[in-house]
Design a protein around this ligand. Structure first.
Ligand code: SF4
Length: 402
C-alpha cells in the first residue's frame, strides 16, 4: 500500500498532540451504504435529466457525454469520493450537497453546456470574492500580493449589493476570501446571515483568530464551510511559508473549531517544488485525516502575485508523482477513510480548465474581475457590473491555460 498511517510528524516548538486534541472524526459510511448513495445519485440524475429534457434520446445523449467527461476528469470510472455532513452528501468543495434543489440546479447547469435545455441554470456556478485587502500573513505564494493592506475597497453595503446581484442572477456558491476575511468577521456574519441561503457560503482563510465561538456564529448565520490554508504538516515550515510565527496554530485551531461547529472543512495546500514528493503528500494526508477534515485541496504553484517571474512551476516528474498519489487516494478502496482530494491540475490536464471564466470567476481585493485567482485577466471593475442589466459568461475572460 502506498500510504501508511501514524507516520510521526516533525514537530518543532509546537506540541502537535496538544494542538490536535478534540479534533472531530470525519464520518465514514459502510461500503454498502456508500454503494447505495452512488446508485441513488445515478438514478436521481437520470430522472432529473429526463424530466428537464423530456426525451429519452436527449437524456441518454447528454448523460453519455457527462459520463465521458467524468471518466476523463476524475480518472477510472469517473466516481468521486464524498463526505457526509449534516445529513447530506458532499461530492466536492464547489458542489452543493446531494440531495438538494441547489444540487439539481448545479447538475442542470453542467448538462446545459453539452446539450442546451430550457430550464433555469446558474449564470455562474461559483465566485471567489476577495472582500478585504487586509491580511496579517505574508505568504510566499500570495496571489493578492500587489493589493495587500491597501485602503479597503468595499464598504459593507457594497458587499451586500454585489452578493445580492450575484445571487439574483443565479450563482450557486460564494467563497469569501481576501486578504484575510476573518479581519471583517462581524460584517461577514451579517452578510451571510442576511443573504440568500440557497447559495453555498464558504470562507477561504488562513484560520486567523477563528476560535470555536466564532465558528459557531458562522454556522448559525448560514455558512456552509471553510477552506483553511495549511501548507505543511511541520509547524515551522508552514509558519515560514506564511510569514507569520503562529500561522500553524491559527490554522489547526480553525480546522478543529469549524469541525466542532459542524461546518464543512477543507484544508488547502500549495504543493511547492520542495514538497512535490510522495513522503510529503503521505504525511500531509495523514495529518488531514487525523484532523477529520471533509476535503483536501491540492494546488500547484503558479507564477502570479508574490511568485510572479519566479521559477515555481512543478516539473513533469513532480506532477507525475502527485497524479499517482492522487489516483491511489481517489480510487483505492483500502484508502477510503482518507478525505477526498480536489486536485484541479489533474482535471485540467485531461479536460481543460472548466472553471476560470466558464463556470467561475474571481473578484480581487480591489474589485477587479478575473478568470480565476491564478489567471489575472483584469476584465472590468465589479461595481461596473452592477449597472448592467444581466451578467453573462461572455464578459469574463476564459482561462486559456489548457
Ligand atoms: S495568500 Fe492569503 S493569507 Fe497569505 S498573504 Fe495572501 S491574502 Fe494573506
Amino acid at each position: 500500500m502506498l500510504l501508511k498511517e501514524n507516520i510521526p510528524y516533525e514537530t518543532e516548538q509546537v506540541n502537535i498532540d496538544v494542538l490536535f486534541e478534540g479534533a472531530p472524526k470525519r464520518m465514514l459510511l459502510s461500503k454498502r451504504k456508500e454503494r447505495f448513495i452512488q446508485l441513488w445519485l445515478k438514478i436521481h440524475v437520470f430522472f432529473l435529466t429526463l424530466f428537464h429534457y423530456r426525451s429519452f434520446k436527449k437524456t441518454f445523449e447528454v448523460l453519455a457525454i457527462f459520463q465521458d467527461f467524468k471518466k476523463k476528469a476524475f480518472g477510472k470510472n469517473g466516481k468521486r469520493k464524498f463526505s457526509m455532513k449534516n445529513g447530506k452528501y458532499w461530492f466536492g468543495i464547489h458542489l452543493p450537497p446531494f440531495p438538494s434543489k441547489s444540487f439539481n440546479k448545479y447538475i442542470l447547469t453542467e448538462l446545459h453546456r453539452y446539450v442546451p435545455h430550457k430550464s433555469p441554470i446558474n449564470a455562474f456556478q461559483q465566485v471567489n470574492f476577495a472582500v478585504t485587502t487586509k491580511c496579517p500573513m505574508r505568504c510566499e505564494h500570495c496571489f493578492e500580493w500587489d493589493n495587500l493592506n491597501l485602503h479597503e475597497t468595499f464598504a459593507f453595503n457594497q458587499l451586500q449589493e454585489i452578493t445580492r446581484v450575484f445571487q439574483n442572477q443565479g450563482l450557486g456558491h460564494i467563497s469569501l476570501s481576501g486578504g484575510e476575511p476573518m479581519i471583517r468577521f462581524e460584517e461577514i456574519v451579517k452578510l451571510i446571515g442576511e443573504g440568500d441561503k440557497s447559495t453555498q457560503w464558504w470562507m477561504i482563510t488562513s484560520g486567523f483568530n477563528l476560535i470555536e465561538e466564532k465558528a459557531k456564529r458562522l454556522k448559525e448565520a448560514g455558512a456552509t464551510g471553510i477552506i483553511v490554508s495549511i501548507d505543511h504538516f511541520n509547524p515551522l515550515a508552514h509558519n515560514r511559508f506564511r510569514g507569520h510565527q503562529d500561522a500553524f496554530s491559527h490554522g489547526i485551531r480553525a480546522v478543529i473549531s469549524a469541525g466542532k461547529a459542524k461546518l464543512l472543512v477543507a484544508t488547502s495546500v500549495c504543493v511547492t517544488k520542495e514538497n512535490a514528493n510522495k513522503e510529503f503528500l503521505i504525511k500531509y494526508m495523514v495529518m488531514a485525516k487525523n484532523l477529520g477534515v471533509d476535503f483536501v485541496q491540492w494546488l500547484e504553484p503558479k507564477a502570479e502575485g508574490h511568485y510572479r517571474n519566479r521559477d515555481v512551476e512543478l516539473n513533469k516528474d513532480q506532477i507525475q508523482i502527485m497524479e499517482e498519489v492522487f489516483e491511489e487516494l481517489s480510487h483505492n478502496p483500502e484508502l477510503r477513510d482518507f478525505p477526498p482530494v480536489m486536485y484541479y491540475g489533474y482535471y485540467q490536464r485531461r479536460v481543460g480548465c472548466f472553471s476560470g471564466g466558464k463556470s467561475s470567476f474571481y473578484v480581487d481585493a480591489v474589485g477587479m474581475v478575473h478568470s480565476c485567482p491564478f489567471c489575472h485577466s483584469a476584465d472590468f471593475k465589479i461595481t461596473d457590473w452592477l449597472e448592467m442589466p444581466s451578467i453573462g459568461r461572455e464578459e469574463v475572460s476564459k482561462c486559456e491555460l489548457y
